[in-house]
Structures are given as structure tokens and as C-alpha cells.
Design a protein around this ligand. Structure first.
Ligand code: ZN
Length: 320
């Protein structure tokens, strides 16, 4: 297009969220200013109304990501849609998270005021030795599922797998899941905040139990559950200086890059979200470091990373 101004990448100010299960590693490990020692989530790249990131640099400085999305669709390769499609968070679980499940788009559209459903994936940034994720369940039918839930036979129902730093897990809607104490993850997800809580370990928060959503959970949980081992990919030791596609789902593509010397990428996607999860270096001539999150516009041309760092890149997918 003639005279189209070259957009520059935007760096985002994360939004911190306090949670009963949160901790202080978002400060200790990532150096963010946190509101308290119960900070559970850092919404790193978000245009969601519950945490809309502000742009820190360039001509768009001070704008919210949702505003850039509304007003400047060329930045995002001209793609359509009424909401910015993705959300990237870092989650610090000092304590176990509740056992939960998310709906898909069609269920959320009807039952959650037109919200998107939630497909998500996790890159494990840190985990204690022997850490477990709750993933899936053992019920063979909806009847058995309802019975085990109603009788609160959680040990019989829930299944878990061992994970370690560098593992990557895809969580489709309808998959029962929970992060356990000590795990730190980067989550890439559809832009949605709809979670159904199935079980909260009977914990009290300010003297009361947090509400559960048993009926909706029963509606959306897939039976039988997929084999949890098929959802996990071990990717701590990927070949250096290359883009490794970890998942291409209906909503997003996610890559991991271990930059050791340097690498170049030609932009071929509507945009790239970049999460710097380890180390530091240069992005073209711009210094970047662990904890930085930015979006590279789709028509940017060549991208060059130099330094010693680990990056997670993501973009939208139209593989529906
Ligand atoms: Zn979830």
C-alpha cells in the first residue's frame, strides 16, 4: 500500500492481579512491582476489559491495547474480529489453584453473554521437583462423572501428571485442570475470562468457600478425557536459534526460541506477541530482557534477535 506508515513494535505495561493463591515471584523472578505477596497473575499482553495493558513506547504510548486494536487494524495484519483474540499471562501459584474447566466458544456464546470460550496452553517457567498438574479425569461416562462429583470422590476422579520446567501443555475446552503449588507458568489463551470452578479443596477465603460451578462444569467436561500424556511436550532442550512450533490450535500458534547466538525471522503472520521468559539481548537494535512483553506488527519485515535468551512467540491461527 502506498504511503502506509511502518508501524513500530509496542511494549506493554503488565496488569498485576492479587489472588488468594498468589505469591511474590512476579517480583522476585521477573522484577515487577507487585501490589502484595499474594500476586497470582501478571496480564502481560491483554486487551481484556478486566486488565487492558497500556502501551509504554512510541507513537501509541499511553494507549490501551484495546484502543490500538480498535483504531489501527493494519498493525495486526488487517485481521477481522471484534476483540483482540489472545491473552498472555504469567501465573505464580504459591498455593494450589482450584480445579477448573473452561467452556468452548459455542457454550460461552449462549451461556456467558457472548463471551469467547477458553482454549489455553502453558509453558512451565518453574516447578518444584516432582510437581504435578491436575489434568483430566477417570470417568467413563457423564453419569459416572456426575456421581463422583456429587459424592466428592475427588481422589478417584481426578488424574494428574508430573511436569518440569520447560514442559508445554495444551488445554482444550472441557479439560479438567489445575496448577499446583510452586508452579510458575506463561499462559497463552483465547481472550476470555470464563472459568468454571469444580472443586476448591474446601478452602475458606475470608471465612467462606468460593462459589463452585458444578452444573456448568458438568455441561462442558469432556467424557472420556483425553490421555494427559498426549497434551504435554517436553521442550527445555530445543535446538538453539530456531523457531519451534509448539502448538497450532484453532486459535493460536505458539513457538519457543532458545536464542544462543542470534536468529532472524521474516514476519509471515498478522502479528507476533513476544514474551521474553529468560535472559536478555537485542531485538533488532532495541535492548530486551526477561519480563518484557511486546507485539511486533505484521508488516515489519525482518526480525533479528541477538543475545542469550528464551522467547515464547505467539500469534492467531485460523486453523478452524
Ligand atoms: Zn484454565
Amino acid at each position: 500500500m502506498i504511503n502506509q506508515k511502518q508501524e513500530q513494535p509496542v511494549f506493554l505495561e503488565p496488569v498485576m492481579k492479587q489472588m488468594v493463591w498468589g505469591g511474590n515471584r512476579l517480583h522476585e523472578i521477573f522484577g515487577y512491582t507487585i501490589p502484595g505477596d499474594d500476586t497470582g497473575e501478571c496480564w502481560a499482553v491483554s486487551a481484556h476489559p478486566n486488565g487492558d495493558c497500556v502501551i509504554k513506547n512510541g507513537v501509541h504510548q499511553g494507549e490501551k491495547l484495546s484502543e490500538l486494536w480498535e483504531q489501527n487494524r493494519d498493525f495486526f495484519g488487517g485481521i477481522t474480529g471484534d476483540r483482540f483474540p489472545l491473552l498472555a499471562k504469567i501465573i505464580d501459584a504459591r498455593d494450589d489453584l482450584s480445579i477448573q474447566v473452561h467452556p468452548d466458544d459455542s457454550y460461552a456464546l449462549v451461556n456467558e453473554n457472548g463471551s469467547y470460550g477458553k482454549t489455553e496452553c502453558w509453558y512451565i517457567l518453574d516447578a518444584p521437583v516432582g510437581a504435578k498438574l491436575v489434568i483430566g479425569h477417570s470417568a467413563g461416562s457423564k453419569e459416572e462423572l456426575a456421581e463422583l462429583i456429587n459424592e466428592e470422590k475427588w481422589d478417584m476422579l481426578l488424574t494428574s501428571i508430573e511436569v518440569k520446567k520447560g514442559d508445554f501443555i495444551q488445554i482444550d475446552p472441557g479439560t479438567v485442570h489445575a496448577i499446583t503449588a510452586g508452579i510458575l507458568i506463561l499462559e497463552i489463551q483465547q481472550n476470555s475470562d470464563i472459568t468454571y470452578r469444580l472443586y476448591d479443596y474446601d478452602r475458606l477465603s475470608d471465612g467462606i468457600k468460593r462459589p463452585l460451578h458444578i452444573d456448568k462444569s458438568l455441561d462442558v467436561i469432556r467424557v472420556p478425557a483425553a490421555d494427559p500424556e498426549t497434551m504435554v511436550r517436553h521442550c527445555a532442550d530445543l535446538e538453539a536459534d530456531k523457531m519451534h512450533l509448539l502448538v497450532e490450535s484453532a486459535y493460536y500458534k505458539v513457538w519457543k526460541c532458545n536464542v544462543v547466538h542470534g536468529m532472524e525471522i521474516k514476519t509471515e503472520e498478522p502479528f507476533y506477541i513476544v514474551n521474553v521468559v529468560e535472559g536478555d539481548g537485542l531485538f533488532n537494535s532495541e535492548p530486551i530482557k526477561k519480563g518484557d512483553h511486546f507485539i511486533i506488527p505484521g508488516n515489519y519485515g525482518m526480525i533479528k534477535f541477538i543475545g542469550k535468551m528464551e522467547l515464547v512467540l505467539s500469534t492467531v491461527s485460523d486453523k478452524k
